[in-house]
Design a protein around this ligand. Structure first.
Ligand code: F0G
Length: 440
């Protein structure tokens, strides 16, 4: 493996204008430096977006240049890093729907108020990852990177494989062996990534890859990459724009490696600074009980953090040592946020409810609704609430979890179980079976 960065990056001078700063020690860098941790203190990095001038709502509709026009990420360019246009690799990501359904509002326990679902499963590779990936891969291309890499529980890898293929660049993916869904693995293979199944968990895979990137200058697109997080901010921008910039009381999101949590706090701070909003929603981060190191950290008043060995049915968020913990803490502090946990059973029941009304999502996504319901039930949040839940991935991302819920062991005890009927291939048998199923 001899993947070195091109010495003469095509857009080096352009990237030098981008300000990057360490969130821990304040050291300053520029966008032509391909780094994902501070070379001085090891801290996480932020791309600094100039917010000195007020922005109007029209700022995001005025710029109609290709390839920005159709992208729900690049439309928000005034609040994104100024990458050279010729480097942008876009698949018309974003532009995702905001759904409402009275049955789910009732399920959440909201008695008066409103609940909407921002569905990021409607992205090109069917998860929110595409929003960050278009910015990460575009930056990589501008910086002259030769090989792009990530460790992943499946969605980042599918997204990277697709965007790297679009850019004509090779991608390398480390996944925890046997622990990601078949659909995500299939996407990653199909888009042509080099896939390495690590005999360990996600946290180990990411640690190994970060070690390698130090030596081989592989371009890392995990959410420790400050450019990737910039794209994920647009979930907040688009959600608020869809609501005519009416800020909800809470924005409820699943928490794994905590890239979204980190990005959303930054997005809200920037919107406040440019005057597009005058208050922020409380960020509510929901972790699976078996993979909840950030919830433990929150419960300690952010005084003691301990990684865990993660275990949950929601494999996307099966993460025991989140890489963006420090940035996520900042977001929770900035928004008077809450971090909570839900059981695997609560996640799967919330998922079944979301699926059953025709919306559908993957298990990790449903942690948002499950967490909202728990917090209202426990009286932490009031029943009169204007809430938005984030759905992070499409229902087809994890079909194994669906089959297991409806047909597997324990299915008989669950509500809403929907078993296919087995019927002999003849009309009388069909009539009997359907009479029972549809009217019985
Ligand atoms: N939901 C889904 C569907 C995810 O794939 C992930 C993360 C999360 C939620 C958590 O988001 O890390 O920003 O807190 N998936 C990563 C991956 C880790 O590799 O695909 P986060």
């Amino acid at each position: 493996m001899n993947a070195v960065q091109s010495p003469a990056a095509p857009a080096g001078a352009h990237l030098q204008q981008i300000d990057v700063r360490c969130m821990e020690c304040g050291a300053r860098f520029t966008g032509d430096q391909v780094i994902t941790r501070c070379p001085v203190c090891g801290g996480l990095l932020d791309v600094v977006i100039p917010t000195g001038r007020a922005l109007s709502r029209e700022a995001f509709t005025r710029d109609q240049t290709e390839p920005l026009r159709h992208s729900g990420v690049w439309r928000y360019r005034p609040l994104l890093p100024d990458l050279p246009l010729e480097s942008i690799v876009s698949r018309r990501e974003g532009n995702t729907p905001l759904y409402t359904d009275d049955r789910l509002t009732a399920h959440s326990g909201i008695a008066h108020g409103a609940l909407a679902f921002k569905h990021e499963g409607h992205n090109p590779t069917a998860s929110f990852k595409d929003r960050g990936m278009t910015v990460g891969v575009s930056h990589a291309k501008a910086a002259g990177a030769r090989v792009l890499a990530c460790a992943s529980t499946g969605n980042t890898s599918a997204s990277l494989a697709s965007y790297a293929a679009s850019a004509g660049l090779p991608s390398l993916v480390f996944i925890p062996d046997g622990k990601i869904s078949g659909g995500k693995l299939a996407q990653t293979i199909a888009y042509g990534a080099t896939v390495v199944q690590i005999a360990g968990d996600f946290d180990r895979a990411l640690a190994l890859l970060r070690e390698l990137t130090g030596t081989y200058q592989i371009y890392l697109v995990n959410s420790v990459n400050p450019f990737r997080l910039e794209g994920q901010k647009t979930i907040i921008f688009e959600m608020l724009e869809q609501r005519d910039w009416r800020v909800p009381d809470v924005f409820v999101i699943p928490g794994g490696n905590l890239g979204n949590t980190a990005a959303f706090g930054k997005a809200l701070t920037e919107l406040l600074a440019v005057g597009l909003i005058d208050r922020v929603p409380r960020l509510v981060v929901v972790q699976a009980a078996g993979a909840a190191p950030f919830a433990g950290y929150f419960d300690s008043g952010f005084t003691s953090f301990g990684p865990v060995v993660a275990e949950t049915v929601a494999t996307a968020i099966k993460i025991g040592n989140p890489a963006s913990t420090a940035r996520a803490r900042r977001s929770i502090e900035q928004t008077n946020g809450i971090v909570t946990t839900v059981s695997d059973a609560e996640i799967m029941d919330a998922k079944a409810a979301i699926d059953r009304v025709g919306i559908g999502c993957e298990p990790a996504s449903a942690a948002s609704l499950a967490g909202l319901r728990r917090l209202i039930q426990d009286g932490v949040l009031p029943a009169g609430l204007d809430a938005v839940c984030l759905l992070t991935g499409h229902v087809l991302k994890d079909t194994e979890a669906i089959i297991d819920y409806h047909l597997g062991t324990g299915a008989a005890d669950r509500t809403g179980v929907n078993r296919p009927l087995r019927v002999a291939a003849e009309i009388p048998a069909l009539e009997r079976a359907l009479a029972d199923a549809l009217h019985g």
